[in-house]
Design a protein. Structure first.
Length: 225
């Protein structure tokens, strides 16, 4: 089931879009906090975003730019401001299509289907995980913190991926070692400790302190920030 995030200030319009797309089997979420669009993006991890241009606080171009820092998820602008300047701006900011208001819901659904089919015919799902405002991009193996991208090594990424996927509970050392190395039986237990410590130091150097906690005798977990 594809997930679609609607970033539309008019609750009537977003409600109509959501109800119609859900009839087609999509999972749909409408943003309500326009100060924290990226929070909803990270938690919901959509396969497509429907983005209005005129929004409270920051416009749709701004949020499109923020999304493009961490993801190539398709973004469709929906707006009554359909002059050439806005259409060109939408494309230049990374938009994949532009739908002019008012629009027919059937036409919108057809565009959504076509874009999803093109985008995910081969690579399936988007890969962004969120934890308390931190966004882990699984395609680029990077961590995004307030718009800043932190490049990760393969092991650093796999450690964080495992912890993000199990946020709220500790993960055993054995599980993490299995994620990093196919057969942990032939890996010195201290090797994981070294990798964890290196990752902690890198995060601390970027201003992220005490993200990875230790539960004695069990393993590691994500600390509340």
């Amino acid at each position: 089931m594809y997930r679609i995030l609607i970033v539309e200030d008019d609750s009537v319009i977003s409600g109509e879009i959501a109800r119609y797309l859900m009839k087609w089997g999509y999972e749909v979420k409408a943003v309500t906090d326009f100060c924290d669009v990226m929070g909803d993006f990270g938690k919901f991890s959509p396969q497509l975003v429907l983005m209005d241009i005129g929004l409270p606080f920051y416009n749709g171009y701004y949020w499109c730019g923020e999304i493009r820092k961490i993801s190539q998820v398709p973004i469709v602008f929906i707006s009554s401001a359909a002059d050439n300047m806005n259409i060109v701006m939408a494309v230049n900011m990374g938009g994949d299509d532009f739908v002019t208001k008012p629009f027919d819901l059937e036409v919108l659904a057809a565009k959504v289907q076509a874009i999803l089919r093109r985008a995910y015919a081969f690579n399936g799902q988007t890969t962004v995980l969120e934890y308390q405002g931190l966004l882990l991009n699984m395609e680029e193996m990077s961590l995004n913190v307030q718009g800043k991208k932190i490049e990760l090594s393969k092991n650093e990424f796999r450690i964080l991926q495992t912890l993000f996927e199990n946020s709220g509970k500790p993960v055993s050392r054995e599980s993490i070692m299995k994620k990093l190395w196919d057969d942990e039986c032939f890996v010195d237990d201290n090797t994981l400790t070294v990798n964890i410590n290196r990752l902690r130091k890198k995060l601390e150097s970027e201003g992220i302190s005490e993200l990875i906690g230790t539960k004695k005798g069990v393993g590691y977990f994500l600390e509340s920030q």
